[in-house]
Design a protein around this ligand. Structure first.
Ligand code: ATP
Length: 465
């Protein structure tokens, strides 16, 4: 009996499609996996690269006032003292006394509607936790017996360059965020390029955090990539530039990545760290609810002031026309690649049709699709069809990611391409040998049309591939 497909995006469906179709694999799975670490499979790495390319184009290429950077993952340990990470980069942790699951106290409180966040002191959050603990159940075993809230530092330590036994007393940290590399290189960028305030420095890179609870697939991982842009401004223009950046970043999701406005919302931080002027998150409607996709913060002059203090270097800026010397203020945009990939997958996921003709399709904007065109010979055992299809495939691959597939029936090959979001499939059949035309099938409408081989380039160009 045919069953109507339910077009509901759940994490189970996304996780299963990601594994089945080669987007995301658990890391070191043959050894049982490694908690909160994931690998990008063949289609995941294409999707991730396309997202990063779109971000780079939008944040660097079309912005004459923003330059790029790729700073190293390892930095001088003093960096993390200056930034406050050594003393204050921590999340509040509790342990269920029955099943020993470790949980984030701020998340447990959030779940019962009590405002709390990781920036509160251990004392503050422990007080709120003990006042509300009677209403909280362990999500793993249901027990109500918890240890008190304790702050746990998230920095990941290493012995890089330290050959002593006590290396953990003076560890080299794996960076907890990419922006510190931008702050410490800001003077080099000023001295070696023609940037003038207001200007930005952008980078994409890995960051590492000892996350306590990491159970939401690629939403929260211990190794992840960030796309960050730090914008250097005067104090007087900080808040007007901040509003501009907020709008610019919102447009990235709606206009560039094609997310539905209904799946996005602003979340204003009520508990600001002492130096911040304002902080908003853009939240995305994931299957587990609206959660932070990106943070946009007005950080005042805290970062450069701290690095001046700890390095002893003068990081002030001199205005070339007025001669004024001042410490720049910074506004930032910071988003995880993994959270953007997950949002793009959820936005694109569709189930259509019924029974035999039902299909799952990822309706990515074409620019995000991992494979742009799939090329099929109708039959695998007809050398003339295979040769023609290979010829077309070879002519397209220099300009876009294509896939050649001669396995199984055409219907199954279409379904497979639908599931990875390929916008077009090209089939070479017996008519091709007579009239040099192919069937082009559109992913979204499933419509098919005949196109001359010599016109394929123009056809795909017209569709912005
Ligand atoms: P959260 O409150 O969800 O822990 P955060 O406020 O600590 O996030 P930021 O420090 O502002 O996050 O980092 C900027 C961005 O980096 C986040 O908006 C998110 O997209 C991404 N990010 C942060 N931590 C992780 C993580 N553990 N895994 C994946 N992405 C992350």
């Amino acid at each position: 009996m045919s069953k109507k497909a339910e077009n509901v995006v759940t994490m189970e469906k996304i996780v299963s499609l990601c594994k089945r179709r080669g987007f995301v694999y658990p890391s070191s799975e043959i050894y049982g996996g490694f908690a909160a670490i994931y690998d990008m499979g063949p289609y995941g790495v294409e999707l991730s690269t396309n997202i990063k390319n779109e971000w780079w184009k939008y944040m660097v290429q079309i912005r004459p006032d923003i330059v790029g950077l790729d700073s190293a993952i390892f930095m001088h340990p003093r960096t993390w003292e200056a930034s406050g990470h050594v003393s204050g980069f921590s999340d509040p942790l509790t342990e269920c006394k029955k099943c020993h699951t470790r949980l984030r106290v701020d998340h447990l409180l959030e779940d019962i509607g009590v405002a709390a966040d990781e920036k509160m002191s251990e004392k503050e959050i422990d007080k709120i936790f003990s006042e509300n603990v009677k209403n909280i159940k362990c999500p793993n075993c249901g027990s109500k017996d918890f240890s008190g809230a304790k702050k746990f530092n998230l920095l990941v330590k290493s012995n890089l360059g330290n050959f002593t036994e006590n290396w953990d007393k003076e560890p080299a940290y794996l960076r907890g965020e990419t922006c510190q590399g931008i702050y410490v290189d800001y003077k080099n960028v000023l001295d070696s390029t023609r940037v003038k305030i207001p200007f930005g420095i952008a980078q994409i890179g890995k960051a590492f955090r000892n996350e306590i609870t990491a159970r939401q697939f690629i939403f929260r991982t211990r190794e992840f990539e960030q796309m960050e842009m730090q914008y250097f401004v005067t104090e007087a223009t900080e808040m007007t530039e901040y509003e501009k950046l907020k709008k610019y970043r919102w447009d990235f999701y709606t206009k560039v990545l094609g997310f539905d406005e209904k799946d996005l919302k602003w979340h204003k931080h009520e508990n600001l760290v002492f130096y911040a002027k304002e902080a908003y998150d853009i939240e995305f409607n994931y299957p587990f609810g609206f959660k932070e996709l990106e943070g946009i913060h007005a950080r005042g002059d805290y970062d450069l002031t701290q690095h001046t203090k700890f390095s002893g270097q003068d990081l002030t800026y001199t205005d070339q026309t007025t001669g004024d010397k001042f410490m720049p203020h910074i506004i930032e945009s910071s988003v995880g690649v993994g959270r953007t990939i997950l949002a793009a997958l959820c936005s694109a996921y569709c189930e259509e049709g019924e029974g035999e003709s039902s299909r799952t399709v990822l309706k990515f904007p074409y620019k995000l699709a991992p494979i742009k065109v799939a090329v099929f010979p109708l039959l695998k055992n007809k050398p003339e069809l295979v040769a023609k299809a290979r010829e077309i495939f070879d002519s397209l691959t220099p300009s876009m990611m294509c896939e050649f597939d001669d396995n199984g029936n055409i219907g199954k090959r279409y379904r497979r391409q639908d599931e990875i979001g390929t916008p077009f499939c090209v089939t070479v059949d017996f008519d091709t040998l007579d009239d040099d035309t192919v069937t082009v099938r559109h992913r979204d409408t499933m419509k098919q049309e005949r196109v001359k081989i010599v016109e394929l380039d123009g056809f795909f160009h017209k569709h912005n591939l």
